[in-house]
Design a protein around this ligand. Structure first.
Ligand SMILES: [Cu+2]
Length: 274
C-alpha cells in the first residue's frame, strides 16, 4: 500500500477523453489500473498508483458497497472523515460502523468489525473479522427504513455499507467531497449497463474540445444506428432495499469492498505535484 488518497490501493485519475466514445478501448484515454506499478509496500507518496479506477455494475442489479476508512490508526489529529458522494444514483445507508472514542472525543480504537492485518496503515488483506459476514451478509444492517442519500460521511476508523439499484445506465463518478482529497485520488468511477444499454451523448456534443450549443432537446439514442433507444431495465423488484438474504437468493447483487485513506500531509504533496 502507498500513503495517500486511494481506493483499493489506486489513486483515481480522470481519463483524458469521454469514456462514452472510447468504451472499446479505454486505454486510449486513460491509464489502465492493471498496468500501473503500484508497490504494496511503498512508504511514501507514489504517483505511479494513479489510474482510471472504475467498477462495472449490471443494469438492474442491487449493488452493495462496503467502504472502510483506514484513517491513520485513529491517532489524534490523523485521518479524516470523508463525505462520500455518489453521482448517478441515490443510495441507502444500510449501516455505519463507528470506531470507539475516548472521553475527550478522540478515537481510541478502530472499528473491530474489519480485520486489517499488520500495521493499521497497511490494509492490503482487509476483510471482515467474522467470515460469516462475507458475500454481503453484513450483520446489523438497517433493512427496514434506511436513510436515502447522495452523500454520507465515512468516519475515521469506521465503515459504511450502502446499497443502490443500478438503474441509471452510463458512466458515473463517486468521490470524497473534500476537494483536496478528490484531487488526491479519493474516488472511483462506475459503469452501469453494457454499451448497448447506455444512451449516447447528442450528435453535436463535442468529443474533444469545442462548444456545445443546445438548440433543441436531443433524442435519446443508443450506440449503433442512432435510433431512439428503449432501455427499460429488467429489474427484479422495487427500489426499496432488501435484506441480504433475499437479494442473494432472488436478485443479482454486486458486492464490492473498498478501502479508503487520506493523509493530510501526503494529500498536500499530491496537490503540489499535480
Ligand atoms: Cu476525503
Amino acid at each position: 500500500m502507498h500513503y495517500d488518497s486511494h481506493m483499493d490501493n489506486f489513486m483515481f485519475q480522470f481519463p483524458t477523453g469521454i469514456p462514452y466514445y472510447h468504451s472499446d478501448n479505454l486505454d486510449l484515454i486513460s491509464t489502465n489500473c492493471s498496468t500501473v506499478n503500484c508497490p504494496k509496500d511503498a512508504v511514501k507518496y507514489d504517483r505511479n498508483c494513479r489510474c482510471f479506477y472504475y467498477k462495472k455494475h449490471k443494469l438492474g442489479n442491487i449493488v452493495q458497497l462496503t467502504i472502510y476508512n483506514m484513517g491513520n490508526g485513529g491517532g489524534m489529529g490523523t485521518g479524516y472523515a470523508h463525505p462520500i458522494h455518489i453521482h448517478g444514483t441515490h443510495f441507502y445507508v444500510m449501516k455505519v460502523g463507528w470506531p470507539t472514542y475516548n472521553a475527550s472525543g478522540f478515537i481510541d480504537k478502530m472499528n473491530p468489525d474489519m480485520a486489517c492485518p499488520g500495521d493499521t496503515t497497511d490494509c492490503n488483506l482487509i476483510g471482515w473479522a467474522d467470515n460469516s459476514w462475507n458475500n454481503g451478509a453484513v450483520q446489523g444492517m438497517n433493512t427496514k427504513n434506511p436513510s436515502r442519500r447522495d452523500t454520507i460521511t465515512l468516519p475515521v476508523g469506521g465503515y459504511i455499507v450502502i446499497r443502490f439499484r443500478a438503474l441509471n445506465p452510463g458512466w458515473w463518478f463517486a468521490h470524497c467531497h473534500l476537494e483536496l482529497h478528490l484531487m488526491g485520488g479519493t474516488g472511483w468511477a462506475y459503469k452501469v449497463g453494457d454499451d448497448d444499454q447506455i444512451y449516447m451523448p447528442p450528435d453535436n456534443f463535442p468529443k474533444d474540445c469545442g462548444v456545445f450549443i443546445l438548440d433543441k432537446l436531443p433524442d435519446l439514442r443508443l450506440p449503433g444506428d442512432g435510433t431512439i433507444g428503449s432501455t427499460t431495465p429488467q429489474t427484479t423488484g422495487g427500489t426499496t432495499p432488501q435484506s441480504t438474504r433475499s437479494t442473494t437468493s432472488g436478485s443479482p447483487i454486486s458486492l464490492q469492498l473498498a478501502t479508503i485513506v487520506c493523509h493530510f500531509i501526503t494529500c498536500l504533496l499530491s496537490i503540489m505535484l499535480i
